[in-house]
Design a protein around this ligand. Sequence first.
Ligand code: ADP
Length: 294
Amino acid sequence: MDGKIKFIIKGIYLFLLIIGVEILVFIKDDVFMWIPWWVIPSVAFALSVSAGWFLYSELVKNYKEKNLFIEIATHKFRTPISVIGWSADSLESSIDITARREEVKKIRSSLNKLKEIIDTLVGVTEMNESVFYHFSPLDIRKMFEDVLSENIKKELEDKKIKLFLNFKGETPVIYADHKKISFVFKNLIENAILYTKEGGQIELGLKENKNSVILSIKDSGIGIKREDIRYIFNDFYRAGEAKKSDTEGMGLGLYVSKKIVEKHGGKIWVESAGENKGSTFFVEFKMDKYRQIS
Ligand code: ADP
């Protein structure tokens, strides 16, 4: 259910409760003489406090979500834009072809970074609102093929990471928003590459159960400490080791991914045996009658 609808329902609920207490106060002396005098004022007080707290927390949440957008925009755009500027200056002044190629490479990588930031911003803006979700049949194998773009293949090549696709036969079709689900798997695969050292490996798996399909992305990377696991899907959370291997991360990809998967009625979670023992991310989609297309 959308945040706004939930907000309205909760508001109506509280309003009705308060009206109920008011009516009780009004008719108490006639009907409920057995109720001690202090009960109704206490209930009214508790209700007013919870109504106040509810309004306050909703306002803070709203404010936080708006600020999140501005915060990412102001902080994260700065570095890639500056790099593009410096490289453009160097391109103008340098005639050495190798140096020029290096600058073009930097511009390309900064443009990719900017695209990633924009995708995350779009994700943050749309993740909670049903109107932004457009569901249609999606073949899982096709989705993975699209996600494994040239950029990702290049990243794998640069780090000499082997990728295994452990799918046999036909893959199931789920009912999903293509763009949003692609965002989720692109983010999971990019993280697997980012947090795996050179020469490592990544395995994409698929397991079909009677009522669900579970996709997995297993890497041989830096792993996740037990105490970090429960925070990994929170906004802006980045584990200490991750901050060392990638200073540019935003800590928002998994947060947005979780919201998207839940909007599909699915589940996302991670397992890791600990530091330097790799991680496996799982995404489960229910294959009930409504969602299964094929
Ligand atoms: P970011 O990668 O920008 O930090 P994410 O939300 O995608 O943001 O990830 C949040 C955190 O989860 C990362 O900073 C890292 O600590 C941890 N993490 C995510 N994927 C992996 C992985 N494959 N291996 C180890 N840690 C991971």
